[in-house]
Design a protein around this ligand. Structure first.
Ligand SMILES: Cc1cc2nc3c(=O)[nH]c(=O)nc-3n(C[C@H](O)[C@H](O)[C@H](O)COP(=O)(O)O)c2cc1C
Length: 211
């Protein structure tokens, strides 16, 4: 059965904190996980290329593979319903036609706009150095990751973004091409077993300038 939906935006954002310990008996169905991921992918991305890719690690076998790669984050791996490994696809440009054709077919974009956009995007991005493309993809991946964490809260779950893992080994450990799939972060997700810790934020006046 699906969890209860929380639509209280204030509660979704002020109540979010990194939860590292979960009720291990709680499983998230594939159907519900797909809903969460679908909501996450409503995030914006550069020229709508949606370079994010997800690996949902929710089986015992999958978690056993992950455990030695996330040595300092064992509780999240062991108790969560799933750990979602977020990657970016460095071949995201190959999806341009597919995405823009889909928009035209669905009546969301005039064909002339597509026909102008596709060569512009391909012309520009095929010249961009790999490092710049990676940076662009990582910005998009940050946005989808945040939206994923809020979508999880909408479904009554909590999360922890995790950067402490063997990024150089993660793709290969799951049979993925490490040149193509660049790691972004892990996001553990599940039913919170404790309240986590509240954390501080720098004052807005210190981090903001008005001109
Ligand atoms: C990219 C990224 C990587 C992080 N890596 C870890 C990690 O490896 N282990 C961990 O316990 N928390 C990790 N965190 C969680 C932060 O410690 C946490 O977000 C921060 O202290 C603020 O707390 P809050 O999430 O409860 O608001 C990471 C957060 C981000 C955004």
């Amino acid at each position: 059965m699906n969890s209860v939906r929380n639509n209280d935006f204030q509660d979704l954002i002020t109540g979010r904190r990194s939860i590292r310990n979960y009720d291990p008996s709680v499983k998230i169905s594939k159907e519900e996980m797909k809903e969460i991921l679908t909501e996450a992918t409503l995030a914006p991305s550069s020229v709508n290329l949606q370079p994010w890719r997800f690996l949902v690690i929710d089986s015992e076998e999958g978690k056993a593979t992950l455990a030695p790669l996330a040595k300092f984050n064992q509780t999240q791996v062991n108790t969560s319903s799933a750990v979602i490994a977020v990657f970016v696809d460095m071949n995201s440009l190959d999806y341009t036609d597919r995405i823009y054709n889909d928009a035209v077919e669905k009546g969301l974009m005039p064909a002339e706009v597509r026909d102008r956009q596709i060569p512009g995007i391909k012309g520009m991005l095929s010249q961009v150095p790999v490092q710049e493309m990676r940076e662009m993809n990582l910005i998009d991946a940050g946005l989808v990751s945040m939206q994923l964490m809020l979508a999880a809260r909408h479904h009554g779950y909590d999360t922890n973004p995790i950067g402490g893992y063997e990024k150089d080994q993660i793709a290969e450990a799951y049979g993925m091409d490490k040149e193509r799939y660049y790691p972004v972060m892990l996001i553990s997700i599940g039913k919170a077993a404790d309240a986590g810790y509240q954390s501080v934020r720098l004052p807005i006046d210190e981090i903001t300038k008005w001109k």
